[in-house]
Design a protein around this ligand. Sequence first.
Ligand code: SF4
Ligand code: SF4
Length: 201
Amino acid sequence: MDAQTCLQIFREVKESAFATVDENGNPQNRIIDVMSVADGKLLFCTARGKNFYRELTANGNVSVTTMNRQFQMVRLQGTARRMEESRLWIDRIFEENPTMNDVYPGDSRYILEPFCIDSGEIELFDLGTTPIHRQSFVLGNGSVKKKGFFITDSCIECDKCARNCPTGCIEQSSPYVIGQFQCLHCGLCHEICPVRAIIRL
Ligand code: SF4
Ligand code: SF4
């Protein structure tokens, strides 16, 4: 699995939840079609009259989530930017997604503006495997923020966290180690450690 494969999941599912923040600081969420994932970019479009367009052009911060039939959930956090050569990209989008002609026939398509997300962080959360699999990937010039739970040198190796972890992803070691790819980020180990050796980032 890599960033491009995760982008492909967005394209396969197509309908994805796009979260933005409006001018009052309130969260907004909409189902938007992912039109293409060419060249390491996720492409979508929206009409200039929509609030979604206003929010995107105000700051561009967006979080996109989807899940396929195999229960593989992907989330992309990044910055959406409006594409230059708007008409060219809209034509290309309509070529790849011909049903768009039913919604925007003829030249009405040019009320749409193309956007892409080509930098950010992608997180895969695969609930279709046992145990679960979690992994993060960098998209373009983005970066991956380290997060989750980590065991420090304060660990006294009492084994309590390993015995109670729902995915069994804590390795008996000195100190104990959390297998990050299988961690749910549930926080149970953090709550029950008797010496508070587990930190959260
Ligand atoms: S519960 Fe805390 S002290 Fe015990 S093994 Fe886990 S991290 Fe170490
Ligand atoms: S956060 Fe939950 S899943 Fe992750 S290591 Fe701790 S108990 Fe296990």
